[in-house]
Design a protein. Sequence first.
Length: 230
Amino acid sequence: MKNWKLILPLMMSGGLIACTSTPTTTEPVEPEKPKVEQPTDVSEVKPEVDTKPEAKPEPEKKAEPKPETKPHPKPEKPPKVQKTPDGMLILGAEEWVYVPGIDQTFKARVDTGATTSSISATEIVPFERDGKDWVQFKINLNGKASKEFKLPVERWAKVRQSSSDEVDKRPVVVTYIQVGDLKEQTEFTLTERDHMKFPILLGRSFFRDIAVVDVSKKYIQNKPSKAKKK
């Protein structure tokens, strides 16, 4: 009996050791995948087809036309006042003058301090025709002499020089001139002065009782192209 008591515990301990050393569960084994043979012929290889839909190009946006901007009309200049309410001509310090007898248009200076009008003449030569005094002359135009003109002498003006006591006789001729729409006959003294800026000077004998002068303005009257018939 004593031997069995010793053997039984040994047998039980050995059984326990055997149970712990051998696993009771087994792991599943994955089956081997079958090998797929790849084609060796390149021609047999089909290219991959892109199944994505092609992107449609966006329609071009037309540029919207810009609204036309009309230029602002320039304000109209008020018409020039060329006459006084009672019908007298208004002259500026400078005006265009047409001389029908000479058939030329000149820039003239309106001189309220001069009594008689004058022409800046050159090569003045008196002569007689049919027993009357005549004069031939040219007009100085910016340092150049014009063609030759011949007019009868109305009278001779005596002019005393400021630098001496000598008295010069200057021929005075009468001719029609036109300023704006006014055509009037007036006297002109032929003066040989090369330094005069304007070939014609209009004095009081011309515009007295028919015009007023505004020296703050110039060329109030329109430039006449030809003399109007009276």
